[in-house]
Write a protein that binds this ligand. Structure first.
Ligand SMILES: CC(C)(COP(=O)(O)OP(=O)(O)OC[C@H]1O[C@@H](n2cnc3c(N)ncnc32)[C@H](O)[C@@H]1OP(=O)(O)O)[C@@H](O)C(=O)NCCC(=O)NCCS
Length: 191
């Protein structure tokens, strides 16, 4: 995924933790009685956890893995290494525009954003929810949080991409008000 680099914004505007509202099954109703995840701005200390959540979540739904499947390991690195680096780029581009969902002190989901104020565009480069917390509306809540953040920054439109093989993304993003505007074909070759 490409990043449009923008300067870091003030973290104060987004510092209020917000309880996530599960739309279907309450996490508290399960056997482990987990707490309802709370959304809050990410901090630098969350980055290692977010990187791990990314590696654990993106199998089957990332361009980096498709490239590896086609060409094999490249430069002695695997797709997980390359994908985790996307999060470093997101944090470097907009450290105050990342949000996490936390349950019982554990980060169980995140969303990152990059801003292009001149164009009025907010982009969501990465989003993941821990497998055991999926299907409870948390992904949608994280997207809504990012959209609220974009509005608070005075932006006028938002973009997000997903792989054609990602059925959840292709269901969730239109459900959050996004309309499909393009399909892109990716090519890769060894040198
Ligand atoms: C995408 C992701 C963040 C969604 O998180 P989530 O907390 O499960 O999201 P939600 O519960 O808010 O919504 C998921 C929706 O997808 C639907 N869904 C689940 N599996 C599906 C499938 N195989 N095909 C189509 N829709 C599916 C759910 O029913 C739900 O829709 P609904 O609310 O209309 O019923 C999560 O699945 C994830 O981390 N996936 C791996 C990483 C990833 O794909 N990130 C996005 C890259 S573009």
């Amino acid at each position: 995924m490409k990043s449009s680099r923008t300067p870091a914004r003030s973290p104060q505007r987004n510092s209020r933790p917000v309880a996530a509202k599960p739309t279907k099954v309450s996490p508290n109703s399960g056997r482990n009685s987990r707490r309802v995840p709370v959304l809050r701005p990410a901090v630098a200390a969350d980055l290692p956890t977010i990187r791990q959540l990314t590696v654990d979540s993106f199998g089957g739904v990332t361009l980096e893995e498709n490239v590896e499947r086609a060409l094999g390991r490249l430069n002695n690195r695997d797709w997980r290494w390359r994908k985790a680096r996307h999060l470093d780029a997101d944090f470097a581009a907009n450290p105050s525009g990342a949000f996490v969902a936390e349950s019982d002190g554990r980060v169980v989901g995140y969303i990152t954003t990059v801003l292009d104020p001149e164009a009025g565009r907010g982009r969501i480069p990465n989003l993941a929810v821990s497998a055991e917390f999926r299907g409870q509306g948390l992904g949608r809540q994280l997207i809504e949080r990012a959209l609220d953040y974009f509005r608070s920054e005075g932006l006028v439109y938002a973009t997000i991409e997903t792989m054609a093989q990602n059925e959840v993304g292709q269901h969730l993003y239109p459900a959050c008000g996004f309309v499909e505007v393009a399909r892109q074909v990716h090519y890769a070759r060894k040198l």
